[in-house]
Design a protein around this ligand. Sequence first.
Ligand code: ZN
Length: 368
Amino acid sequence: MSQAQNNAPNTHPHITGSSFKLVTIAGIPIRIHFTFLLLLVFIAASGIGSEAGKTTGAILFVLLLFTCVVLHELGHALAAKRYHIRTRDIVLYPIGGIASLETAPSQQNELWIALAGPVVNLILAIVLGVAMFFVKVKTGFTAQMIGNLRDANAVLFLFNMIPAFPMDGGRVLRSLLSRRMNELMATRTAAAIGQSLALLGGLYALFTLNLLFLLVAVFVYMAAGAEANSLQTKVLISGHYAHEAMISQFHTLELNSSLKNASELMMETSQHDFPIFNGNEIVGLLTRENLLRGLAVEGPAGYVAASMQRDLVKLLPSATLEELLMQMPQNGAVLVMDKNALQGIVTRESLIDFLSLLQMRYAGSGSS
Ligand SMILES: [Zn+2]
């Protein structure tokens, strides 16, 4: 249904053993998520007791439908290939497919890449419609299957062209808007238009008591907000590096410092995360949470060595902010190291400060 950009091959959520490769088409692995197989099992199970032919028909329909979904995703992937953007893989989920592009396309190219998927469904709907015209008996199994697939492709085309994230239509809209304004403004405007549409759709569904339509509207509203947020962050941080977001003036503690030393230093400096050294070597990180837990368990006389984190996230100063965001621990900080020398630390606070600065800078540059 959509295409996603992901620049970090090692943190790709799809390759975790929960999906397996079906085929490779044009150099692109097509994978199936295990939940998709559950869908088939569910259809087969819910058909128990009814005619065998009906269940077989339902499963055949789902398989053919998902072939159309694969073709939709291949549309995105092949359009991306024209712009020399590789597609890592296409993964099939019960709710649709996702083609993961290795790099983000430029705004101009995104228009054609986003359009290519729905256009495949439009062409399929037209071809199946023409085929239907030539089928003599309109009531048989084959005719019914062709008719259903034609309608499904028409729905896929219309649904994906809704101008709201994360649908392809949202990307098309953003790409068109970005010809008149900067990327961040275009993302925000497209998100606002998408959410307004979802809100109107939701109201309409309420008045007509159409539950399915209401569910779709709620899904689109929430997904549009989430997608817009992640796109905004992506736009903001692109072209920026770890060394820009780090604090280079900071205090450190020795391995044999007491928790009392640590809490005094925290009160004096308002620093929350302390790198812990053993001589010249960095061996740990003591966060505010580590310190509080240590104080509760061991009291002020305890050593930082017992309470600190030993799993450290280290990045080069030249690491991109995108890499940094992906590796930033939930609770802790990233150490910016150059040849074993600690250059600085990126904490949650320093990162938020830097992102706010970027946001101000972007807002200042306005539309162009
Ligand atoms: Zn799509």
